[in-house]
Design a protein around this ligand. Sequence first.
Ligand SMILES: Nc1ncnc2c1ncn2[C@@H]1O[C@H](COP(=O)(O)OP(=O)(O)OP(=O)(O)O)[C@@H](O)[C@H]1O
Ligand SMILES: O=C(O)c1ccc[n+]([C@@H]2O[C@H](COP(=O)([O-])O)[C@@H](O)[C@H]2O)c1
Length: 229
Amino acid sequence: MASGEARADELLLLYGGTFDPVHHGHLAIARSARDRLDTVVNLMPAADPPHRSLPGANAGHRANMLDLAVSSEPGLVVDRRELVRSGRSYTVDTLRELRARAPQSRPVALLLGADSFAGLPQWKQWRALFGLAHFVVAERPGSDLAAGLAAELAAELAARETADPQRLRTRLSGAVLRLHQPLIAASATQVRQAIAAGGDWQALVPASVAEYIVHHRLYAAEGAASAPL
Ligand SMILES: Nc1ncnc2c1ncn2[C@@H]1O[C@H](COP(=O)(O)OP(=O)(O)OP(=O)(O)O)[C@@H](O)[C@H]1O
Ligand SMILES: O=C(O)c1ccc[n+]([C@@H]2O[C@H](COP(=O)([O-])O)[C@@H](O)[C@H]2O)c1
């Protein structure tokens, strides 16, 4: 495990998401990436996530829940860089900003689920992303990368895939590593819907996150406004 001050050539692993709310599926892939790559995972909530409707909880609440979720998890930390920027949280903008500040010798990787990776051709300037970061793609129940990828993305994957985690350190960007972590089928939609419907949801998130949701009345059924942060 990497510890202390990051070296200029240390791999920087970012895990972006809406995290509305963070659940055990998110944490499982973060732990798996941490262990496979022997590095810290920076969970980075999107303030205004592109290509989806407004989150159910505001960015401050979502980041606070992440803080709680990682508080006893070695090697997982919260990165608020997208919370201090206005406008939509496009990944290409985040990476360019980071590249302008970080040492040029520092490799950067993005962690994402297979469903997100399959949607990459819809992202802003998606091809430019390969020049800015590596991709670490986690399996997700229901998303099969072997089938259903757009031809242009399938071609990129075939050219860039590596099974060697070291490749993410010897190059600055452009490789794709697949992560075969234990699958957890949880989704944030499932959590939000179960809360709104009065169903069972608490086992899908860490206990501290469940307490936060209840305390702030997040995702409550229509008519029950959530508490402001
Ligand atoms: N259970 C899971 N297994 C693997 N990857 C996941 C899982 N849940 C989320 N991810 C990945 O984590 C990233 C952030 O996901 P996000 O915050 O949108 O969660 P979500 O559960 O997909 O949310 P929603 O249901 O609101 O769409 C995405 O790249 C997504 O593919
Ligand atoms: O940059 C884009 O166009 C873009 C489009 C869709 C998603 N993303 C990023 O992908 C990450 C996962 O998104 P989501 O919606 O699945 O939570 C999150 O960091 C988003 O900002 C980025």
